[in-house]
Ligand binder design. Sequence first.
Ligand code: UGA
Length: 460
Amino acid sequence: MKITVIGAGYVGLVTAVCLADIGNTVICVEKSSATLDELNRGMSPIYEPSLQEMLQKNVDEERLIFTHIMEEGIKFSDILFVCVGTPESKVGKADMSQVEEVSRQIAENMDSYKLIIEKSTVPVNTHKLIKRTIKRYARKNLEFDIASNPEFLREGFAVHDFMNPDRIIVGVESKRAENQFRELYKPFTDIGINLIITKNAAAEIIKYASNSFLAIKISYINMLADLCERINVDINMVADGIGADKRIGRDFLNAGVGYGGSCLPKDIKAFINIAESYGVDFSLLKETEKINKNRINQFLEKIEDNLWSIKDKKIAVWGLSFKPDTDDIRETPSLDIIKRLVDAQAYLMLYDPKATDNFKKLVPENNQIKYLKDKYEALIDADALLIITEWKEFKEANLDRVKELMNIPLIIDGRNIFDPEVIKNKEFDYYSIGRDPVKSDNEEYFEYIIKKEDSNIENI
Ligand code: UGA
């Protein structure tokens, strides 16, 4: 089939490359000339496993073309994927100006029937606004359909997730649009992937509701982690136990310093706003956000508890990206943690396998902050090591070497990457999330709680 993708950002580029790879001819419209130059040289401007190779292959085989001319893209095919950005505005809503602009351009340039597909994450009922805009600005009275086909691509797995989705969600309002999707996604349905056809508004909600549910799971396990610390139970045992129930599932039950990235924090805020605009109070999501923000405070308390005073301490930090296998630092927990440690007058040695260059732009090197090219170098004479992102290379670190290099063998692990037994056997002072007693005198704390409960009972 012939397909047009508008916007070669993260979602647009992955969509264009993958749809070309399954045999379609795809034109991708991108207005940034710098991005376009790279793409025309067969270079991917973003890092995603397999994307570069697939991009090059499909450009070489002439199934994938890039242009900056919107008219060319719109006239090229009947199927238009709108993949432009919907960043968070100052008031926590999604900024829809790019979607509005593209809708006008489609209206002004369309010369035959079009299926216009929202792929960007957009507020509920955006399809109605696109429809109104197209009707207002269309030069001719042409038929068109608006559809919603949200993406569920994780950074670092985007190509994999596109090619092997758990499900494909499509919102349509006509049989004609439904049939086009059935044809487009036949290579997927032929191998048993579930294509869920629903209404536009439902598809729009499904996207926000999915990301919000994932955030709820993370905040829930983090809340449980706080309890586990107080009663000296390992949060991973609890997560394994509840996650073994198929209705719950083990994924996204890893306790830590909280969720970040360009999607979960933004989408949850926007979803709260959407609900509010319809008079519904999403208090559960507000609490989810609150728990997430508080993870940073708790992590800093842990650092303070263990260092006594942060001032003048040399602290090594492993992990700057919001999660492993990406150089993305948007809403990364490490940013707040590092800023607070700088304010507390610590000296920081920072290391990340991929995100250093991006992080440096936000937090430049100075007399308190040094970036290292090697994870071991960052440890020299350190009073503590903080782990904020669970990169594989950290899990595989040579612990004897780590210990040798540090001034004090103290590790505060915000992602639970090590087995506490193993690491304590190596005589590290090791603290993680939801797996240690709050204080070393946990027994006393337990007795205190029992006494408090007894006195409550007596009072009754
Ligand atoms: C997320 C969703 O997982 C995708 O399905 C969705 O398509 C995407 O947003 C989007 O809306 O475009 P992504 O932002 O790439 O994908 O990251 P996730 O893998 O979801 O991780 C988000 C954050 O949660 C990370 O900071 C991660 O460290 C944290 N996390 C994840 C935890 O703290 N614990 C967990 O158990 C899992």
